[in-house]
Write a protein of this length. Structure first.
Length: 84
């Protein structure tokens, strides 16, 4: 199995990372606080949130981040924000 992201999923990972960052900020958490609650490193979270880096991550990490944000993983995937 290739570790390369299909081009069609690239924007999905970027959007999900930006969503995670936005919700984290709304909840008043630093990257370090969220990473600790999600049992991942701060650098891993930073690369997930960075819009210029496409960082695929496992479903387990998605569940950990969702739990740390007190959300369901599906709600995190489907979160929509108004265009700014």
């Amino acid at each position: 199995m290739s570790k390369d992201i299909e081009f069609k999923n690239r924007d999905r990972f970027i959007e999900l990372g930006l969503t995670i960052a936005a919700i984290r900020k709304v909840k008043g958490l630093s990257q370090e606080q969220l990473a600790e609650k999600a049992h991942i490193s701060r650098s891993h979270l930073s690369s997930i949130e960075a819009p210029n880096i496409v960082r695929p991550f496992s479903v387990e990490v998605l569940y950990n981040i969702a739990d740390a944000l007190d959300m369901r993983a599906g709600d995190l995937l489907n979160a929509k924000f108004p265009d700014v």
